[in-house]
Design a protein around this ligand. Structure first.
Ligand SMILES: O=C([S-])c1cc(C(=O)S)c[n+]([C@@H]2O[C@H](COP(=O)(O)O)[C@@H](O)[C@H]2O)c1
Ligand code: NI
Length: 408
């Protein structure tokens, strides 16, 4: 599943929240994460609005007036202690680390000494945690890359704590180093189109940058900004749907695609580190990562580490292999991947959600495999044996799909 974020009218935290809601993320997912991370009450209020004639979703982040200034250390402590799903916590920490590094660079401080005021108030915590939770929700159902368009940053000047700042504001310039950005829609009045929080979210979420890739769009979210200039719709759009291979083999999403296998033979890594290496590679976007025991040159017992990855995510995988193992070189070869058509459905086993991956061949359902992490969680929650949960989830998925698409 591909996600494309259209930031050609700019981006801010609340615009991204609106886009995620419009693309089908339940408000409760965002509220749950925001409430878990906020030290003071925060309300998310949703309103259907128009921007230059386009229907859009406005997410208002409402917080009580507060004079509390929080440093990056304070925000980090809040996020580490919050009752958040681990991937959401890691993503939110990454976004705030980028903000702190950018603010530190601009003001000449170390990131740890950065005090957020405008950028670090409660609404920014809500924006960051809410967007990370919303994207995590989409990705749990559908793995796949996030592609972000070139970012419109705006022009002119904006009032901030330091007086009037030039647009793009200095923190945005730092955050968007090396990624495509430009002033924005022709004829747009001078304004700040991309805020530091919006920029930090975009660079953290993006796997790659560019125009909409070939994809079969299914869900569309249109997130409204606060202003409504007549020159262009002040919105972020978020599109999701299956990626479609292009080029000579273009066809449906399940056509063969070319991926890379990145490999290294390693004989000198503490074996207790391997499980963490494999987990970090999957976290970085690898489709699979595995070890094969081998006997290497000089009769040394060793492992071949193999990682299957889409080309656009290969750079992240290379960085993880080099950082997490002792290898000083990599081998790579292209492979053809032939995925069967599949979808993920959700069933409830004794009130606990279990995702089931259902694959087809020649137009018929051939497997329905519950996600093991969900089965283990449901077994823990219910006290039932995991194999009973697994069998029930499988049967429920077949029942659900029989109702939806009865076999001819
Ligand atoms: O508060 C600070 S230090 C601050 C720095 C900068 C720099 O670019 S440096 C910019 N701003 C402005 O604050 C508001 C709020 O930003 P959010 O990301 O929290 O929405 C925005 O106008 C920034 O340009 C503040
Ligand atoms: Ni600043």
């Amino acid at each position: 599943m591909t996600t494309w974020v259209d930031a050609t009218a700019g981006a801010s935290g609340d615009m991204l929240l609106g886009a995620l809601l419009g693309a089908g993320v339940p408000l409760e997912v965002l509220r749950g994460a925001v409430e878990a991370a906020s030290p003071e009450p925060v309300t998310l209020r949703v309103e259907e609005v128009r921007r230059a004639g386009l229907a859009a979703t406005r997410c208002h982040v409402e917080v009580a007036d507060s004079t509390t200034h929080r440093s990056w250390r304070d925000v980090r402590r809040l996020l580490v202690a919050a009752d958040l799903a681990e991937p959401v916590r890691v993503a939110a920490l990454g976004v705030f680390a980028r903000l702190a590094t950018a603010e530190g660079a601009v003001h000449g401080h170390s990131p740890d000494d950065v005090t957020f005021h405008e950028v670090g108030a409660l609404d920014a915590i809500a924006d960051v945690v809410g967007v990370c939770a919303g994207l995590d929700h989409l990705r749990r159902r559908h793995e796949g890359p996030v592609v972000v368009s070139p970012v419109a940053v705006g022009s002119g000047r904006v009032g901030a704590a330091h007086g009037s700042l030039p647009v793009p504001v200095p923190a945005v310039v730092e955050l968007l180093r090396g990624v495509p950005s430009y002033a924005g829609p022709t004829g747009a009045p001078p304004a700040e189109l991309c805020t530091p929080t919006g920029a930090a979210l975009l660079v953290s979420l993006a796997d790659t940058w560019g125009p909409q890739p070939a994809m079969g769009v299914e869900a569309v979210g249109v997130g409204a900004g606060g202003r409504d200039p007549a020159t262009h719709p002040n919105v972020v759009r978020l599109l999701t749907g299956p990626g479609v291979p292009t080029g000579p083999s273009a066809g449906p999403a399940t056509d063969p695609s070319t991926e890379l296998v990145v490999e290294a033979n390693v004989d000198d890594l503490d074996p207790r580190l391997w499980p963490g290496v494999l987990a970090a590679l999957l976290e970085a976007g690898a489709a699979d990562a595995w070890l094969t025991p081998i006997v290497m040159k000089k009769g040394r017992p060793a492992h071949t580490l193999s990682v299957l990855v889409r080309p656009e995510l290969a750079e992240r995988v290379r960085a993880v292999v080099v950082a997490e193992t002792t290898t000083i070189g990599l081998r790579e070869h292209p492979v053809t991947k032939r995925p069967l058509p599949r979808e993920v459905v959700e069933v409830q086993v004794d009130g606990t959600r279990v995702r089931v991956k259902v694959a087809q061949h020649a137009g018929r359902r051939i497997t329905a495999q519950p996600e093991w992490d969900d089965v283990a969680a449901a077994a823990r929650a219910t006290g039932r044996p995991a194999r009973a949960v697994l069998a029930q989830a499988q049967a429920l998925a077949h029942d659900l799909l029989d109702e939806r698409h009865p076999d001819p």
